[in-house]
Ligand binder design. Structure first.
Ligand code: FES
Ligand code: FE2
Length: 443
């Protein structure tokens, strides 16, 4: 059985007035009805990142994931396949999985004991004889999204059977994802580890707005830059101080995906030498110099440092440094932000610990600056409803945003091109009337 839900709702004209080339209406960030529709049209009807395969290393490993506010479970089953199914019992809708992650070959609903296997297939119903002949025909397995696809270990899903193939959706962002994975020694070498989790009192898009924002750094992170410069004479991120004159570039990669490429400045000298000090830095460097061929030392040291990209895959996946950030919208003014640390399978203990120290650096020292501004943006939009617009016009009129190839526009790193770009995609998605589909047939 294929279950589809057609969700009529406001059409294009309703949102076009809220999303203009140089400004966005505050209701897009504050209105619970718009949020509810986003969960269908921007999340469920679009490709959404779920997890990386390294998070489920063994058969029967599972993890709860979210497509917007829709809760699913991803499980690796005995055939070593990944199954994605809704965390919602086919009986009376209780969640069948109550642990964020773990290992289980079966899922037993705690309410009346219905049993599902690791593909979400119903195989046990207590007192089954009380059900009639039509029960079996009704499709009572856990609901699966219309499409699931993987790009180099990154698992995505959508409830939209008409969504284009995942690789077409990723488009221009693929070569930068490839670069990011190459920095981790290739996609099979990547290990996604645990996450720091923040619950912020703001709309999820306030976080996405910041993901491509090269303008805020010397102001929002003033104390971090000052501390680095006072104590160590510059280094990591100092090139943001005069960002418009830097070599960094901001990309609109189409489909809402954007990128700040810090690499031209980060690798001008040596990413390792520019890195803010972290505990164990000197002994790590000594270790690498002793254990590595001289001509490979710099590459190994640089591989301990972040990848030099803020690569944002709309709507919920952000690569920042060596980390993977995942956005989970909760309501119009709440979002969960996960900062996943990553490791390399080929790393020794010294490399493993220095990477962790580096990855603790920004989420602890810098994220709080951003988080407080995110919440204050939301508060401003909610507490001054008469001042209706936020401005996204920076570098719109300077002509400095240039289309380099079809669907690939590059601008100065402080341009608000990234917001103009992703709101174009947001408007397109919100104006479509997608059909959402789940399957409850035998997997
Ligand atoms: Fe799951 Fe009744 S709700 S068995
Ligand atoms: Fe920031």
């Amino acid at each position: 059985m294929n279950i589809t839900a057609i969700r009529p709702g406001p059409s294009a004209t309703a949102f076009a007035e809220f999303v203009q080339h140089d400004r966005i209406h505050r209701r897009v960030y504050t209105d619970p009805d718009i949020f509810a529709l986003e969960m269908d049209r921007v999340f469920a009807a679009n490709w959404v990142y779920l997890l990386h395969l390294s998070e489920l290393p063994a058969v029967d490993d599972f993890k709860q994931v979210w497509i917007g506010t829709r809760n699913f479970v991803v499980s690796r089953n005995a055939n070593d396949e990944v199954a994605v199914f809704a965390n919602r019992c086919s009986h009376r809708a209780a969640t069948v999985c109550r642990e964020p992650k773990g290992s289980a070959s079966t899922f037993t609903c705690p309410y009346h004991g219905w049993k599902y296997d690791s593909r979400g297939q119903l195989f046990g119903v207590p007192g089954k004889k009380a059900y009639g002949k039509t029960f079996k025909e009704r499709g009572m397995h856990l609901a699966r999204p219309a499409q699931v696809a993987t790009y180099k270990g990154l698992v995505f899903a959508t409830l939209n059977p008409d969504a284009p193939a995942l690789e077409a959706h990723l488009g221009h962002s693929k070569r930068f994802i490839d670069d990011w994975l190459a920095h981790q020694g290739g996609h099979e070498n990547l290990r996604v580890a645990g996450a720091q989790r923040f619950k912020l009192k703001c709309n999820w898009k306030v976080v996405y707005d910041n993901a491509g924002d090269g303008y805020h750094v010397p102001f929002s992170h003033q104390s971090l830059l000052k501390m680095t410069s006072d104590r160590y004479g510059g280094g990591d991120m100092s090139y943001f101080a005069d960002a418009d004159r830097s070599n960094m570039r901001l990309y609109d990669l189409s489909n809402g995906h954007t990128l700040i490429d810090q690499r031209p400045d980060m690798h001008k000298v040596s990413a390792w030498n520019q890195q803010r000090p972290q505990p164990g830095r000197e002994s790590f460097e000594r270790h690498v110099r002793n254990a590595t061929r001289p001509d490979a030392v710099n590459a190994v040291l640089d591989s301990a440092v972040g990848a030099g990209m803020n690569l944002n895959i709309f709507p919920n996946l952000l690569f920042i440094g060596n980390q993977i950030q995942v956005l989970q919208p909760v309501s119009a003014n709440e979002v969960l932000v996960y900062w996943y640390a990553t490791q390399r399978a080929d790393a020794d203990d010294e490399m493993r610990s220095i990477r962790m120290r580096t990855q603790e650096d920004f989420p602890i020292m810098g994220e709080m600056d951003d988080a407080s501004n995110f919440e204050e943006c939301q508060r401003g939009m909610e507490s001054s409803p008469d001042d209706e617009w936020i401005d996204i016009s920076r570098h719109y009129e300077t002509g400095k945003d240039q289309e380099e190839a079809p669907g690939l526009t590059v601008g100065p790193v402080t341009s608000e091109l990234h917001m103009r770009a992703y709101f174009k995609e947001w408007l397109r998605l919100m104006s479509a009337q997608p059909v959402l589909s789940i399957q409850k047939t035998k997997p």
